[in-house]
Design a protein around this ligand. Structure first.
Ligand code: LCS
Length: 393
């Protein structure tokens, strides 16, 4: 069946699937490190690329390939690459597309380690980085240098929920021959398709909404065209950031319900955001679906829904944040996001506790900022849980 002609939900279920000779309904887990050649000629043909097949699981494996093909179809890309984590995808992309003396421009408020690995490791190899507020396209234009090779966008960004106009940013970048990478973890292809909007590479932490069940860590890169795909694939294979077949099986299972999960979570997220916006102990709420979000119009233009991630600021600052953390009962007090279970975290006292107050503020992480990942529980339970925790402040 040619799944490319099917609708998004049908692709979620069927794209890339490999049924074995027993008629398995799902792709089996090919839990093997290596694949026996039928003859020395067969081995030689596989290595020379004259015949399609499998050699070694770091290079390729049917279960992993099923996931890669599914993701590529969902993102309207040329081909996909599955990796051991979202960070493996991030560093593989940087390694493949940057050389000594090159310059990268990145959204300032990206997921901390996506910025950190540039500052701590890639600068060691002579890569220059600029971190700018990419929601303002002029900032991107101003940061472009003759050696700029990559524009790295995260939209919505983690944890500020700021948006960048992918179409406009890509136009500016492409005028200068700059490759555009978009981290689509928060939206997933169900809500936003960066390659259709002009980006060259889509990146995912599969750990989040795509897998959706908080039981694996994984990452993916999907390229729009063969040339960049080949560079990414070669780097992944050489650096060894491949996914494991069992991990791939778990993500294939999880992603089949992506639209059902995201749909329910985002319906609840809208109600939770409205509840928070009207709460006297909350000074502001950042959710792309609220008219008060400074880029609500952009959200309507480039996303087909507003997602399940909310950030809000408590009037009581740091102490109020810790009180809420210690008093929620339904939401799990945990990092990560995008699972069926609601998760809450307070960046200032938790993941960003080691960052200076000035550093946190420069990245938009204020003392009273709380990030909430809305799960698929009953929305009344989610709101009541938050309400009673806010009452304790
Ligand atoms: N990109 C985004 C937008 C993320 O949120 C994360 C992880 C990554 C990339 C890296 O993916 P990983 O290697 O963890 O699969 N975000 C996390 C967070 O917000 N809390 O814990 C992890």
């Amino acid at each position: 069946m040619d799944t490319k002609k099917l609708g998004f939900n049908s692709k979620l279920v069927h794209a890339g699937d490999k049924h074995d000779e027993y008629g398995s309904a799902v792709t089996p887990i090919y839990q093997t490190s290596t694949f026996a050649f039928k003859s020395s000629q067969h081995g030689a043909d596989l290595f020379a690329g004259k015949e399609k097949g499998y050699i070694y699981t770091r290079i390729g494996n049917p279960t992993i390939e099923n996931l890669e093909d599914k993701l590529a179809e969902l993102e309207n890309g040329y081909r996909g690459i599955a990796l051991s984590s979202g960070m493996a995808a991030v560093s593989t992309a940087y390694m493949a597309l940057l050389s000594q003396g090159d310059h990268i421009i990145s959204t300032a408020a990206v997921y901390g380690p996506s910025r950190g690995v540039l500052e701590s490791h890639f600068t060691k190899f002579g890569v220059e980085c600029s971190f700018v507020e990419t929601s303002n396209i002029e900032n991107i234009e101003k940061a472009i240098q003759s050696n700029t090779k990559v524009l790295y966008l995260e939209t919505p960004a983690n944890p500020t929920i700021s948006l960048t106009d992918i179409e406009e940013a890509s136009k500016v970048a492409h005028k200068h021959g700059i490759v555009v990478i978009v981290d689509n973890t928060f939206s997933t292809p169900y809500l936003q398709k960066p390659l259709d909007l002009g980006a060259d590479v889509v990146l995912h932490s599969l750990t989040k909404f795509i897998n959706g069940h908080a039981d694996i860590v994984g990452g993916a890169l999907i390229a729009k065209e063969k040339e960049i795909y080949d560079k990414l694939r070669k780097t992944m294979t050489l650096m060894g950031g491949n996914m494991d077949p069992h991990q791939a099986y778990m993500v294939i299972r999880g992603v089949k319900t992506l639209s059902l999960r995201v749909e329910r979570s985002q319906q609840s997220a809208m109600k939770v955001a409205q509840f928070l916006e009207n709460h006297p102990k909350v000074s502001w709420v950042k959710y792309p679906g609220l008219e008060s979000h400074p880029q609500h119009a952009l959200a309507k233009k480039q996303m087909s829904g507003f997602g399940a991630m909310i950030s809000f600021e408590l009037k009581g600052g740091y102490d109020a944040g810790t009180i809420v953390m210690n008093n929620v009962h339904l939401a799990l007090l945990a990092v990560s996001l995008g699972g069926v279970e609601s998760l809450i975290q307070h960046p200032a006292s938790m993941p960003h506790a080691g960052v200076s107050k000035e550093g946190r503020e420069a990245a938009g992480i204020t003392n009273g900022l709380v990030r909430y990942s809305v799960g698929i529980e009953d929305v009344d339970d989610i709101i009541n849980d938050l309400k009673q925790a806010l009452d304790k402040i």
